[in-house]
Design a protein around this ligand. Structure first.
Ligand SMILES: N[C@@H](CCC(=O)N[C@@H](CS)C(=O)NCC(=O)O)C(=O)O
Length: 242
């Protein structure tokens, strides 16, 4: 039995839902509401000591981190593979995943948090905000750097610069396409999809207007059957996100 602790709006949860849908796996939804602090309860932190979503529970055993969960799902449920069979192609896919986890994924949080979280934090007292951040096992300093007023303009500009670099890298790779890692849809495409969707939702789609291969890839990503399933109602609503 597969249970997924997740949130509709969470980009990391979207990554895992894309793979579950691609493979046509049945799973039980365990919604975690950030606004209620459900990700920080002692009970949830037993499953995921990082206090973040998603967490997959398979036959009672928790597996954490969206990239790890996705590889696990492909290992345990090999039908409709999302990793290439060839070892070198698989290494290239993992290099993509590593780059995506290191560069665009943390970068999108900067404009995303400013847009979605600041309206909430700005209504909190400084003491309440600091007290909240002290409870965060993974992001305490990240939140404190952001502060109740959001990230400064320079930090937003740097994040957008890194996102542009990622788009250019995608564009070069897609020349050999049709998918990011070559012939087949893979975890490389899955890993970057939520960042591109979030960019669109933040009004940043113009950043790939001069990169038609990225636009074409995104059209094909949205047309895949797993997309509509993974982007369940609420996935793209404005509100607390990450
Ligand atoms: N590396 C982790 C990161 C998970 C993560 O950052 N999850 C966000 C949602 S996308 C979260 O739960 N944030 C809660 C918070 O910021 O307090 C993964 O990929 O699963």
């Amino acid at each position: 039995m597969l249970e997924l602790y997740h949130s509709p709006i969470s980009t990391c949860s979207q990554k895992v839902r894309l793979v579950l849908a691609e493979k046509g796996l049945a799973w039980t939804s365990r919604l975690v509401t950030f606004a209620d602090g459900q990700h920080l309860t002692a009970e949830y932190m037993k499953l995921n000591p990082n206090g973040v979503v998603p967490t997959l529970v398979h036959d009672g055993d928790p597996i954490v981190d969206s990239s790890v969960i996705n590889e696990y799902l492909d290992e345990v449920f090999p039908d409709t593979p999302v990793r290439p069979a060839d070892a070198k192609a698989r290494a290239r896919m993992r290099a993509w995943r590593q780059y995506i986890d290191e560069v665009p994924t943390p970068s999108i949080r900067v404009p995303s948090f400013n847009a979605y979280f600041v309206p909430i934090w700005s209504q909190m007292s400084e003491e309440a905000f600091i007290a909240y951040t002290e409870r965060l096992p993974l992001r305490k300093h990240f939140y404190q750097r952001m502060g109740r007023g959001g990230f400064p303009q320079k930090e937003v500009a740097d994040a957008l610069d890194r996102l542009r670099q990622s788009l250019e890298r995608m564009d070069r790779s897609l020349a050999e396409g049709p998918w990011l890692n070559g012939a087949d849809y893979s975890l490389a495409d899955v890993s970057i999809t939520p960042t591109i969707v979030r960019m669109e939702d933040l009004g940043l789609a113009k950043m790939w207007a001069d990169l038609p291969r990225v636009g074409d890839w995104y059209d094909r990503i949205r047309a895949r059957p797993n997309f509509a399933v993974a982007y369940m109602p609420g996935s793209r609503d404005l509100g607390p996100s990450c």
